[in-house]
Write a protein that binds this ligand. Structure first.
Ligand SMILES: [Zn+2]
Length: 254
């Protein structure tokens, strides 16, 4: 039975990744989600249903468009596989519980923000709003309304902290230090984790971003680096390993 559900969660993750790919690519360009239908970027051949099956259609078509044999993007099937895998791993780790639903929401955010922020330097509002409602609802359902309000408070606290850091950064560096999307994302960070854990996620994210920022500064002289992917990745990591981070937090409590 476990295996059966693990497989179902794999399918769910890969189908959602395919949908998120469309959302995070089209919405930043103000394109409709429905029209035009998915097509080959070269010959505009509209994909039929079996060419839209995540991962399998890529394998089946041997990575090429059926009409013009243009190579298909390898990133999509990889993303579909990874989200499917991480969904089914979450199920195997957590079983049907609060942590499972939370991790599905956070992994979805990781996927959406990676695609939109790395491609367009944009964090979409709609995933942040939807996930905030879902997380608030989950906390309410599992822990009661007062816990849910507490989480909301943590969200506001984090938001204010980020706003302040952003303001300080722009004074120091004379340009926007934290994007508006990053500041909005901090609300979801506080809402998901409590304030101390969310701050640890912030610290972790700077460590994650540093090698990338150094690399992109050296290789392309690019000074603007998307920070959202590192923030949301750190959020997911701290959520998954909260018990480990609890030890670190203990060290700072006198
Ligand atoms: Zn084609």
């Amino acid at each position: 039975m476990n295996f059966y559900y693990a497989f179902l969660f794999f399918l769910l993750g890969s189908v959602l990744a395919s949908f998120y790919g469309v959302v995070a690519t089209r919405l930043p360009q103000n394109q409709s989600l429905i029209k035009p239908r998915s097509h080959c970027v070269k010959c505009h051949h509209v994909l039929s249903w079996y060419e839209l099956i995540p991962i399998f259609s890529f394998l089946f078509l041997k990575g090429k468009c059926r009409k013009c044999h243009e190579k298909l993007s390898i990133y999509e099937p990889i993303m579909e596989f990874l989200l499917g895998l991480s969904f089914s791993m979450s199920y195997l780790f957590f079983g049907f519980s609060y942590s499972l639903w939370m991790s599905l929401i956070l992994l979805s955010l990781v996927c959406l923000i990676f695609v939109s922020d790395f491609q367009y330097m944009i964090i979409l509002d709609s995933p942040l709003v939807i996930s905030s409602f879902l997380i608030f609802g989950l906390k309410w359902y599992y822990f009661g309304i007062s816990e849910a309000w507490n989480a909301l408070e943590d969200g506001v606290i984090l938001f204010l902290i980020f706003l302040f850091i952003g303001y300080l950064g722009s004074l120091l560096f004379k340009r926007e230090a934290l994007g508006g999307g990053d500041i909005k994302l901090s609300f979801v960070m506080g809402l998901s984790l409590s304030t101390p854990y969310a701050l640890m996620a912030l610290i972790l994210s700077t460590f994650l971003a540093l090698p990338y920022a150094t690399f992109s500064l050296c290789s392309t002289n690019e000074r603007e680096v998307p920070f959202g992917p590192f923030l949301v990745a750190a959020l997911a990591i701290v959520f998954f390993f909260q018990d480990k981070f609890a030890y670190i937090l203990e060290l700072f409590r006198f």
